[in-house]
Ligand binder design. Sequence first.
Ligand code: LLP
Length: 421
Amino acid sequence: MHHFAYKGGVLYAEGVSLGEIAGAVGTPFYCYSTATLKRHYTVFANAFAGSDALVCYSVKANSNLAVLKTLGAQGSGMDVVSEGELRRARAAGIAAERIVFSGVGKTRSEMAYALDEGIYAFNVESEAEAHALSDVAAAKGARARIAFRVNPDIDPKTHKKISTGKAEDKFGVPFDRARGLYKEASGLPGIKACGIHMHIGSQITDLQPFADALELLRALADQLHDDGHSLEFVNFGGGLGVPYRGDDDIPPHPDDYANAVRCALADLDCKLVFEPGRVIAGNAGVLVARVLYEKHGANRRFTVVDAGMNDLIRPTLYDAWHEIWPVDEKLRGAPATPTDVVGPVCETGDYLALERALPEFGEGDLIAVLTAGAYGAVQSSSYNTRPLVPEVLVNGDAWAVVRPRPTYDDMLALDRLPEWL
Ligand code: LLP
């Protein structure tokens, strides 16, 4: 459910017309809905009401400070994967003890920064990382709270580039080596292994892989208990999918996901930590673009718009399907034919949709690419020296630019000419 709907023939974000924003900000731009962000956070958090749960929104999905602050005000903690994301979460006012730090390649200086901030826990992904973290913490006279990220070798049945829980994926430590690692960690002076972490992939639309992973998580927790370790928390990561394609790919509701978690972990006297990203931010954002030209190739129709793969790379990188709605409702009823919605970037892979049934557009018509709130703006670039796409946040009848479009002067000023030129 989201708050993008037609009113008086025009697509609105909550109480604001996307046409009005386009007129003021120019295109392309991302537009986020505060009501949708809050609703998704609340639905997820409420699914765990009554449990000792810490919901750490995964900052990588959408790291705009205004988005983080909106979610922080709802009580969200944060999952970060870099010092930059940690700095964003802290700048948005998130308490350090509600932040977890994931990622296979944390540097020693990132570890030191996170230790100084006093985060809740590190998700440690290898034996070597455990040793490095122990060194960094011990040198400060500190002890880092950690969970080993365990790779259960489970197929999450998602796109191969966003699967993280199979043995061939770079993430985590092998399940059958985990027990030994906890034993070894208890001898390291700078870490305290007090949790288990598992995150098997993203855009997961089937409960079974989650249930299979939870079973293994539970088995490991029991083994560690038998080995004399005391676990304070288990972190089951993120991964719950969102519906990109109307009724075709309905993912489990957070309540069903929560039931699966409860079934597996019910009597495990531990805090439950989650790292949802997409399910919070995905449906809360659209990318608005303007049609430049309709073009009829030898055997294909192309709708050329002013947003490209540099603004939204998901269709190119993950074969992702995003719904496309005309901002003018009249066009929705017009006769539709298959078209490739392409951008201005000089790459054959620069498209937002392929062979999509859409009406014939006129120059200047606006389109909205839906479910673009997660992994949209954060993965954008200025390839082809295109200005980084701006972001707008709507809240009821109010709206604000939360990341402006850089000027060409801003962009050129980032480069330096060496003295010999
Ligand atoms: N926790 C960890 C350790 C992760 O690696 C991720 C996502 C999450 C949580 C959040 O997962 P979510 O709830 O959003 O599924 N750019 C790709 C998705 C990459 C996901 C990477 N890790 C896409 O656009 O589909």
